[in-house]
Design a binder for this molecule. Sequence first.
Ligand SMILES: CC(C)(COP(=O)(O)OP(=O)(O)OC[C@H]1O[C@@H](n2cnc3c(N)ncnc32)[C@H](O)[C@@H]1OP(=O)(O)O)[C@@H](O)C(=O)NCCC(=O)NCCS
Length: 156
Amino acid sequence: MKENISDEIIIRPFKPGDLFAVSETEQESFDVYGYPRFFFRQAYEICGDLFLVAEVEGSVAGYVLGALKYNSSDVWLLSIAVRKSYRRRNIAALLTEGLLNVCRGIEVKSVSLTVEPDNLGAIKLYRNFGFVEVDRIDNYFGHNEPRIIMKYLVHN
Ligand SMILES: CC(C)(COP(=O)(O)OP(=O)(O)OC[C@H]1O[C@@H](n2cnc3c(N)ncnc32)[C@H](O)[C@@H]1OP(=O)(O)O)[C@@H](O)C(=O)NCCC(=O)NCCS
């Protein structure tokens, strides 16, 4: 039976004390393709409540990072990751829901993201929330690095 620990999961804004845990989550999830630790500290300075973590029994189990696109009402979901030992427990879904709720509160009109076409788990997660594919770009991140662009329309 699938374990559901939603009741014990706290979704809250990132704080500087979370830096190492988020960085470890990043490395575990994306290896050398992950953001460096200093980037998360800088993201904290500029992203505010669009940078959320999931806390489970005092430990950071995952994060989602969004950023408002310059001069627009479009937020980009830049990254989401959950520690391997906490996956398939609804944590990414709660983080996504948390980010969308923040977006509703600041009158954002849409949320965009990119995802690797092979990342079926992440694509399913986003589709569950109503994200739809709007584009597919070959070599998005360089040679042989295609990405699907997905968009969610925020209903305030
Ligand atoms: C993608 C990721 C964030 C999902 O985190 P998670 O906490 O395990 O996801 P959830 O438990 O909230 O799953 C929500 C839904 O997403 C889908 N999903 C998540 N992981 C999946 C997988 N491995 N296979 C199939 N579906 C998956 C399912 O629909 C799931 O609902 P279900 O469990 O009822 O079937 C996590 O696997 C991860 O950190 N991966 C590495 C980083 C990454 O790829 N980030 C996304 C970059 S675009």
